[in-house]
Each structure stands twice: as C-alpha cells, then as structure tokens.
Design a protein around this ligand. Structure first.
Ligand code: NAP
Length: 496
C-alpha cells in the first residue's frame, strides 16, 4: 500500500509520534493508502515553518511574475500526471473515473494556471479625494500564513481553489485536506517540490479535523483560515478565530440546499437533463446540488415522466469503468445518513418515486452505493426539504404561482446556488434578481468556473472563492495617503 508522509519545509517527514491512518476506497470498502497523522507538535512545526518562510520574504517579496512561473511549472506537472491524479481521486472518493478525469483534475490544473496569471497583475486603486490635498491609493498585501481546511468531495479541486490564490498573492500555506480523501492534495507536495517552489511556501499535513484541524485553526501564527466544509465546523472555526489572541480572517464555503424552479415555458428536455446533473453528479455529494425541485403544475406530469425515466437509466457501477455514471457515497456513515433522511421523509408523508435504497449489484456490493432517489408530495417545511442531505436525493414540490415558488426557494437557511428555467427573458431576469443565492443559474446548472466568484449567502458561508473577487479574499487592504497640498496641516494652530 502506498504511504504518504507529512510535507513540511519541502521534506517528507513522519509525524513525531509515528502515528498513521488509512484512506479507504469507499466503492470497495478497502484501504488504498497509509498517511502520517499530524499531532499538535507537527501542526506547530508546519505553521512555524510557514511563518518563518513568509517573514523571510523568499516568497512574499517575490515579483508576481516569478511566483507565476513556479505555479505554471506546477500546472505542467499536474497535466502530465492527470491520469494518475484522476485514478487516485476516483478511488479515494468513490467517484466515477469519467468525472475525475473530466471535471476534478482539469479544474484543478486550471486553478493553478489561472491564479498563476493573476499573480502577475494584482492591481491597486487610486481614490480621488476632494480638495486635491492628498494622493490616495489602495494597495493589497498578503495576510501571512493561511490555513486551508478542505472537504472530501472534490479533494484536489477545492484544495487548489484555496491554495492557489493564497500563494499567488504571496501568502504561505499550511493545508489540511479531509482525512476521508487526502491523497491528491497530499500529492500536490510532490508537484510543488518538482516545480521548485521555495521550501516552506506550501506545507501539507493530514489528520482528523477534531485534532489536527483544531490545532491548525487555533494556532496563533495562522493569520487566515480558508475553510470549505459543513456549517457546523464553519461555526466552530469562527469561534476559534474569535478566541485567538489576534482574530483571524475567515472565509467559509459551507453547505447548500439548491432550489431548481421549472416554469411552464421552459425547454423541458434540457431542464430535465440539467436537473439530473444537478442532483446526481458526484452522487449528490455537492454543496451546490439542486436538491429541491419546484415544478409548475402545468408541466408536472410530462416533466416528472422524463425525469424519472432518465434517472432510472443512470448507470451505477465500477468507478473505474469509463461508462459508469454514478459511484459510491463516501462512507457507510454517509450512506446511513442519506437513507435515514429518505426513510424519515416517507414517514412524514413524502411519496417515494424511485430509489430509496442501497445499490448492491456486483461489483458494487462491497461499496456504499445509493440509488438516485426522488420524493414527491414534499412540503417545504419537511426535514428533507430543509436540511442538506448530501446524497442523490431530490424532493419535488408542485406550484402554481412564480412568486410563491421563489418565496419557497428562498425560505431556507442556505443560499448557495439556485437554478431557474424559462424561455422568457423577462422572467429570467426577474428570478435572477429575486432568488437569494451566491450563484443563480438561468437555463443552465451547477456551472462553476475558476474565473467567476463562487460562494453563498446566509448559512452557505462568508466571502467568495475563485475569480478576481476570490483572489482579493487572500489580500489585506491598505489605504495609503500622501499629502500633496501646499501647506502642512496645523489643526491646533501652533505658532512656533
Ligand atoms: P466537514 O466535516 O465540515 O469537514 C471539512 C474539513 O474540516 C475536513 O478537512 C475536516 O477534517 C475538517 N474539520 C472537521 N472538524 C474540524 C475541526 N473541529 N476543526 C478544524 N477542522 C475540522 O465537511 P465535509 O463532510 O468534509 O464536507 C461536506 C460539507 O462541505 C457539506 O456541508 C458541503 O456542502 C460542504 N461543501 C461546501 C462547498 C462550497 O464551496 N460551499 C464545497 C464542497 C463542500 P476531517 O474530514 O479530516 O475530519
């Protein structure tokens, strides 16, 4: 079994107490790698290295072009290793190889390239002040040490989405991937080493959130936490930041409960297809998944017939088979949680249209596969319509009036992605304005590109990743004021 150590100061090291843990392939329920588990002393070592490296200026004082060159080299190496990275990603998460090869790894390479180029052109601003007595300009500076704490559903994509803007802007990083799928973010260490990044710029440590993650998030030398994960842990990290001797900058990318509204004038075939990607991609373990369908009564029957027929035809299977469309959930616990929500919904009065059970056809019998599931007769007040299930489960609600549908869509603690389908441009614009979400998809779905900001409102998080807006999250703002008037100020009217 392949072993991965901790990556600290450009060296691969054991944890100080030599403890390790295994990462599993959930589609077979078997271990695939052994990783060193960082304890508090190891976390302290990694953060101190990142601090010293930042303060030394070997990275933070580099020209943006030079930082970009290192990152472009890293992107080239990733491209060469694309197939290998995709295999690890598929196995570690239980996702189809087709998705890993076509979504996860290409997106991660793009993040490395995009943010490399952004490093070259971080711009400030000049602010005109009344009276022509001062020249006022805004400049941007790195925070220092950034802790990136990331989840298991898109391990490399989300790790790069956080690490790349952090280093492009001159910060140093201590990254902690999820211990449920840590392999590809750990391989980034090999990639940065080969690309020649100075020692200590990126450090990668592994271990469980409640020990390794807590030690990292509460370390006084960490200036910023970039977190993607659940609401519960997001709240905890805000608490840790608040208790820190010097409060930390925190950005949070949390959960979702994405609404999908289909108006009677929508292109039904296309809307159905886009909805299925919305709740079945990555087995529904996606923060911006479309999991609440608000379907207009006039198209209800025809839409549902196509939806159910197509969902039933999705191929669950061996994740390494390129024709497989859905893989395994991440763990037995996740499978039980998803099934619990479905059983609970049926008890509350929902009607099971399809799915609702584990999929056990060989070779999937050892893994944690769950059939894509649709529940009808759901009320927006039911638990299955209010909470994030994080599995391939869609709840369906019928509506008559567009404003009622929008009100129901907005009536949730989460506000990450929202989707609306219609062929009427006025309605598209209206819904775009009224839906409370960080991302509104109009006649498309779950499209997320590194060039555009990504993130949510309410309990979906704070701040944004990606794009120029995301890049700025990793920079402190400094306002500079230079006096250029004729006479210096003498507010107290001193005479001598
Ligand atoms: P999670 O349980 O919150 O874990 C996320 C990360 O935090 C993992 O690395 C985890 O480590 C770590 N962690 C756990 N407890 C911690 C603590 N006390 N202190 C510091 N770190 C701690 O979330 P998840 O189950 O991995 O991911 C699913 C959630 O992420 C869903 O809610 C999903 O919607 C959200 N998500 C959001 C986005 C977005 O962009 N908005 C994208 C993807 C996922 P261990 O796993 O090693 O314990």
């Amino acid at each position: 079994m392949q072993k991965f150590k901790l990556f600290i100061n450009n060296e691969w090291v054991d944890s100080s107490d030599k403890k390790t843990f295994q990462s599993m392939n959930p589609s077979k329920n078997e271990p695939i790698a052994e990783l060193s588990m960082a304890n508090e002393a190891d976390v302290d070592r990694a953060v101190k290295v990142a601090r010293k490296t930042f303060d030394s200026g070997v990275w933070s004082e580099l020209d943006g072009d030079q930082r970009a060159e290192y990152m472009m080299k890293a992107a080239q190496i990733m491209r060469k290793r694309l197939k290998e990275l995709a295999r690890w990603e598929a196995m570690d998460v239980g996702k189809p190889i087709y998705e890993a090869e076509n979504v996860d790894i290409p997106y991660s390479i793009r993040a490395m390239e995009y943010f490399a180029n952004q490093a070259r052109e971080i711009q400030g601003e000049v602010i005109p002040l009344p009276g022509n007595y001062a020249f006022d300009w805004v400049s941007y500076e790195p925070y220092g040490v950034v802790a990136t704490i990331t989840p298991w559903n898109f391990p490399l994509h989300i790790a790069t989405r956080c690490i790349c803007p952090a280093i492009a802007t001159g910060n140093t990083v201590v990254a902690k991937p999820s211990s449920l799928a840590p392999i590809t973010p750990t391989i980034l260490g090999e990639i940065f080493l080969e690309a020649g990044l100075p020692a200590g710029v990126v450090n990668i440590i592994n271990g469980p959130g409640n020990t390794t993650g807590e030690a990292l998030a509460s370390h006084p030398d960490v200036n910023m936490i970039s977190f993607t994960g659940s609401l519960q842990i997001g709240r905890r990290l805000m608490e840790l930041s608040a208790k820190s001797p010097i409060i930390k900058k925190v950005i949070l990318e949390l959960g979702g409960k994405g609404p999908f509204i289909a108006e009677p004038d929508c292109e039904i075939d296309a809307a159905v297809n886009s909805l299925i990607v919305g709740f079945c991609l990555m087995q529904g373990e996606v923060c911006c998944a479309s999991t609440r369908l608000f379907l207009h009564e006039d198209i209800y029957d025809v839409f549902m017939e196509k939806l159910v027929r197509r969902v039933k035809s999705l191929k669950l299977g061996d994740i390494m088979d390129p024709s497989t469309q859905m893989g395994s959930l991440i763990s037995k616990e996740q499978l039980e949680k998803v099934d619990g929500y479905v059983k609970g919904a049926i008890k509350e009065g929902a009607k099971l249209v399809c799915g609702g059970e584990r999929y056990t056809e060989p070779p999937c019998d050892r893994g944690f596969y769950y059939k894509p599931t649709i529940l009808e007769n759901v009320k927006n007040t039911m638990k299955c319509a209010r909470e994030e299930i994080f599995g391939p489960v869609l709840v369906v609600m019928k509506y008559k009036n567009l404003d009622d549908a929008i009100a129901m869509a907005n009536d949730n603690q989460y506000a990450l992605g929202a989707t609306f389908w219609s062929e009427n441009p006025k309605k598209l614009f209206y819904a775009g304005r009224k839906l409370d979400a960080g991302i509104v998809w109009l006649n498309t779905n779950v499209m997320s590109k590194i060039e555009a900001p990504y993130g949510g409102n309410k309990n979906s998080g704070l701040g944004r990743e990606d794009g120029r807006i995301g890049l700025k999250e990793y920079l402190k703002v400094k306002n500079n004021v230079l006096f250029i008037g004729k006479e210096y100020d003498n507010f107290y009217k001193f005479k001598d």
